[in-house]
Unconditional design. Structure first.
Ligand code: GYE
Length: 315
């Protein structure tokens, strides 16, 4: 000491709560909004030092980031896990280091639930069911409830809670409909490019697709391009009924103009809820094991009204 080259931590930093955040990637408009909400919540003005890591869709990168958070002795680790499995070892390391882990958006499947403190996210199974129940009602209204209905599903990335839940919820409602025929469920990776490519392939393969269930808006944007390129129309009076998830601004706009029939909202504005949980923990309060963020469904009938209920979605 005394030589002058030891960087002193500014005194005010001593009071900051250090939060290491491991994010999935930047695959979608939803993800961009989600990242923004985290950055808005964990500001210096709010009393935080945020260390943010973008894992670019690789679980190995998330594990590396978590180990680096542990060695930096952060106060909290916030993890949005790419997939559900494979977390036991690294979360045990965090627990052994005494660092609480808060999950957000997607969740994990671990043998020991005490490896994480809490989770903040969406009810993905309910989102899938909302889509299925809507389709049931819609077909009834159209007098098509006895027709053979051919459905294709563009799924999100494999092993992600959003993919698993939306698939399970929708399939539960589909299996009690004797006339719904799920032709294929394909991996569209939550991206526009892959959604377009897979949709184009499906249109070549099947002449009579009645419904597309696309597990996020980005894939839907790609699917719409492919459908239009094949000379078909979508939405309210179109050839193909389109069901989407996320309800980012551009998705809701397409509901309003009738190209998408329904967009099931997934609320990306989770940063503030995660921050509230940390505040509660700092205050020594008990926290729940799971918190669901508020969400709604957009259809042609309601997409015009009550825009504030979109809960901070941007894009
Ligand atoms: O629906 C999709 C994103 O996990 C809820 O991931 C999230 C999903 C979201 O890339 O657009």
């Amino acid at each position: 000491f005394g030589s002058g080259n030891v960087q002193e931590t500014p005194a005010e930093d001593d009071n900051l709560i250090v939060v290491g955040v491991s994010q999935v990637g930047s695959e979608s408009v939803w993800r961009t909004a989600h990242t923004q909400s985290v950055q808005d919540a964990f500001t210096r003005a709010n009393g935080y030092l945020l260390i943010f890591d973008n894992a670019r869709q690789k679980q190995a990168n998330q594990i590396k980031a978590i180990r680096s958070f542990i060695s930096q002795q952060v106060d909290y680790i916030v993890l949005s896990p790419i997939e559900e499995t494979g977390w036991d070892t690294v979360l045990q390391e965090a627990k052994d280091a005494g660092i609480p882990v808060i999950l957000m958006d997607r969740t994990v499947e671990v043998a020991d639930d005490s490896l994480y403190t809490t989770w903040v996210g969406s009810d993905f199974i309910r989102e899938g069911q909302d889509a299925g129940y809507w389709l049931e009602d819609y077909l009834k209204e159209q007098g098509r409830d006895e027709d053979e209905i051919n459905i294709v599903v563009l799924q999100g990335t494999k092993g992600a809670t959003a993919t698993i839940g939306r698939t399970r919820g929708f399939n539960e409602t589909a299996k009690i409909q004797h006339n719904w025929n799920i032709l294929e469920q394909v991996d569209g990776e939550f991206t526009t490019a892959k959604g377009k490519e897979e949709m184009a392939r499906l249109l070549e393969k099947y002449e009579d697709i009645d419904v597309v269930v696309s597990q996020n808006d980005d894939m839907t944007f790609g699917a719409l391009e492919a459908i239009h390129a094949a000379g078909k129309t979508t939405g309210v009076n179109g050839d193909i009924t389109v069901i989407s998830f996320d309800a980012v601004d551009a998705g809701v706009e397409l509901v309003r103009n009738g190209e998408i029939n329904i967009d099931v909202q997934c609320n990306p504005d989770q940063g503030k809820y995660v921050e509230q949980v940390i505040k509660d923990m700092e205050a020594g309060k008990e926290v729940e094991k799971a918190y669901y963020v508020p969400e709604r469904v957009y259809t042609q009938e309601n997409a015009g009204e009550d825009e504030d209920a979109a809960e901070g979605i941007s894009g």
